[in-house]
Design a protein around this ligand. Structure first.
Ligand code: BES
Ligand code: MN
Ligand code: ZN
Length: 503
């Protein structure tokens, strides 16, 4: 998708489809209070074209509610699409992000390849500034993605050209900068999604390493991709314990962003779970839904996508990403329940369940990031089904050993619009993973599984300020929504990028 920014009057934009926003301005409550849908533009021709349908009562400007008008009078556009934000008082920057995705996803299956999206007019919404421009661009990219690369009959071809129309009286340099950021972040989120969408046979650990290296080369990041020998050299016994059961060699992917003039300050370590297929290993999973375990590298993909954005946005802080990529397979060489492994940190781990493999690869990833000088850690992983039980598909789980680190991440969420819910850590949970055989064991029993998994990682993050993101329930969209397709979501890319930029 090509995107461009325009400050031209909306009525003059010659396009296949012009999307404008509407909101419900009704402030009264109760049964008498009918919705008052209002378009968020000062363009008189758009207001006139929309007037009849807004007055009809058929369209209420609910969140992502759409209505299409053909051949709107006095507009150069062939079609006018009105996209709702819901109640005006409740509309946020993220509502604009979703609305832009909805507009794109409305156009795609109708064969429309070129369109325009009007940002809300100045002052109509808190989101009517540069933040809204960035969110709209991000949302449009998110909406443009479909997980259908392997279908011969692909119908939902991409939108080729999108014009984002900003108000003539906008702060132009600020809106231009925000627009550019939105393109970078949106494309990077989709890059992560394209990796997550690849099936296990097409994206082995080696190929994931190659894709990351190619991206790094294009974006000017430093990179290294190691395999078996290096795991042995670094004594990554936890990571290797998972990799030993696969015919595919593992990949230890290291990406580095080291800007001039950030020689002292913090070093951010991004650590991602990169299980390109999780069969469960010897503790094999049931076959129902096992196909979904191709997305068990979504945390790793989020880190690779975030690094792409960081390379282009150029924040003044050093960042490294470490992605531990391997398959988790049953095999004659696979590890067994009861085995004891020695992690890179020296801690011994009793393996109770070989399906709790994510925490094993991350243990060594976190240790390695600290060894390479990371002062702040963030990891992302499709780690536990317990997290999905706790939070469903509406929030991802988040954990931190440091309230200041959490506060910084929480602030990033307000910008990214992504939903993470902080869950507790605690000594009571840490108790459950103590082992009689070794230092710790890799599962903590039935209850609080997302938390006990986090406590396992905590053992390796130690005192370094650290955030753990459990994205198991959010990495794959199970039910398509108006603004996002079914398939990989790209969750965590935007929040991690924003977190990095806050340093
Ligand atoms: N990759 C899975 C977790 C997962 C489940 C991700 C569903 C996405 C959707 C992880 O490796 C796993 O198998 N976890 C086990 C841990 C258990 C054996 C302690 C789980 O959550 O069941
Ligand atoms: Mn597993
Ligand atoms: Zn897994």
């Amino acid at each position: 998708m090509r995107t461009e920014l325009s400050f031209a009057p909306l009525s003059g934009i010659a396009t296949e489809l012009l999307a404008v926003l509407a909101a419900d301005t009704q402030t009264e409550k109760g049964p008498e209070a009918k919705p008052q849908p209002t378009v968020l533009t000062t363009d008189a021709a758009v207001q006139a074209a929309a007037a009849a349908v807004l007055a009809s009562g058929e369209y209420k400007a609910g969140a992502n509610e759409t209505v299409l008008l053909h051949a709107p009078a006095a507009l150069a556009a062939k079609r006018l699409l009105i996209v709702g934000l819901g109640k005006l008082a409740k509309a946020t920057v993220h509502s604009v992000r979703e609305a832009a995705g909805t507009a794109v996803r409305f156009a795609k299956p109708r064969g429309i390849r070129e369109m325009a999206f009007a940002l809300p007019s100045s002052g109509s919404l808190p989101a009517a500034g540069p933040a809204g421009a960035r969110a709209a661009v991000e949302g449009a990219y998110v909406g443009d993605f479909d997980a259908d690369t392997y279908r011969s009959d692909r119908k939902d071809q991409s939108i080729q050209s999108l014009t984002v129309a900003a108000a003539a009286d906008a702060d132009r340099p600020a809106v231009e900068a925000a627009f550019t950021e939105g393109v970078i972040v949106g494309e990077s989120q989709n890059f992560a999604r394209s990796l997550v969408n690849e099936p296990g046979n097409k994206l082995t650990p080696t190929i994931l390493g190659q894709r990351a290296a190619l991206m790094a080369q294009e974006m000017g990041l430093q990179w290294e991709v190691h395999s078996t020998e290096k795991l042995h050299e670094l004594k990554m016994g936890a990571f290797w314990s998972v990799a030993q059961g696969s015919a595919e060699p593992p990949a230890l992917i290291v990406l580095r962003y080291e800007p001039e003039g950030a020689k002292d300050g913090p070093v951010l370590g991004l650590v991602g779970k990169g299980i390109t297929f999780d069969s469960g290993g010897i503790s094999i999973k049931p076959s129902e839904n096992m196909d979904k375990m191709k997305y068990d590298m979504a945390g790793g993909a989020a880190m690779i996508g975030a690094m792409r954005a960081i390379a282009l946005l150029k924040p003044k802080v050093r960042v490294m990403a470490i992605v531990c990529a391997t398959e988790n397979m049953p095999d004659g060489k696979a590890q067994k329940p009861g085995d004891v492994q020695t992690a890179m940190s020296g801690k011994t781990i009793e393996i109770i369940n070989t399906d709790a493999e994510g925490r094993l690869v991350l243990a060594d990833g976190l240790t390695y990031a600290r060894r390479l000088g990371a002062t702040h850690l963030i990891d992302a992983a499709t780690l536990t089904s317990a997290c999905v039980v706790a939070l469903g598909h509406a929030n991802a789980g988040a954990f931190s050993n440091d309230d200041a680190a959490w506060a910084r991440f929480d602030a990033a969420l307000a910008v990214s619009g992504e939903k993470f819910w902080r869950l507790p850590l605690g000594e009571e949970y840490a108790e459950t993973i103590k082992s009689e055989i070794g230092d710790i064991k890799n599962t903590g029993g039935r209850w609080g599984g997302a938390i006990t998994a986090a406590e396992f990682l905590h053992v390796f993050a130690e005192e370094t300020p650290w955030i753990h993101l459990d994205i198991a329930g959010m990495a794959w969209v199970e039910d398509a929504r108006p603004y996002i397709a079914k398939g990989p979501s790209g969750i965590a890319v935007r929040s991690i990028v924003e977190w990095v930029r806050s340093f």
